[in-house]
Unconditional design. Structure first.
Length: 154
């Protein structure tokens, strides 16, 4: 079964993740130590006006949400007697946009939409899928969007 047969142009909800101040600071101290990510007072005096998550943090939680979703989806498909497609790796992404800040206390719901699939002539049985990856805050405002490619093989 191919992804395009299972999810033809469907926007799938992956998960909702809460961004606490502690989680934002913990991630930023390790990976993106800009003041508006690690210091609430500095963040208040920045153009953001408050402590906000690194864009890389929002992307990392999209990936975690997708991996958790896919693990559960594989289990569900196997229970129904359907062999799930094998996915990964991704050869890359494009058009990454951090559209709005993710502030401490925000809940971000992540989505994926399969946009296109094509067979790879150089590798019989392999498919290149293009997916739209998104995250929206509790008000429904998009905060992150990017397009990714992911290999599928049997």
């Amino acid at each position: 079964m191919r992804m395009q047969d299972l999810y033809p142009d469907m926007r799938l909800e992956l998960a909702t993740k809460h961004f606490s101040a502690e989680d934002i600071i913990r991630f930023a101290r390790r990976f993106d130590g800009q003041p508006f990510h690690i210091d609430a007072e500095a963040a208040r005096n920045s153009l953001f006006g408050g402590l906000c998550a690194s864009g890389w943090h929002t992307c990392a939680l999209w990936m975690r949400s997708f991996l958790d979703f896919w693990k559960e989806e594989c289990r569900r498909l196997e229970e129904r007697g359907i062999a799930p497609p094998k996915l990964g790796p991704s050869p890359g992404f494009r058009d990454l946009r951090w559209l709005r800040p993710v502030y401490a206390g925000d809940d971000i719901t992540y989505f994926v939409t399969l946009k296109a699939s094509r067979d790879l002539s150089s590798r019989p049985g392999w498919i290149m899928n293009t997916i739209l990856c998104e995250g929206a805050n509790q008000s429904g405002d998009l905060v992150v969007r990017f397009e990714s490619t992911v290999l599928e093989f049997s």
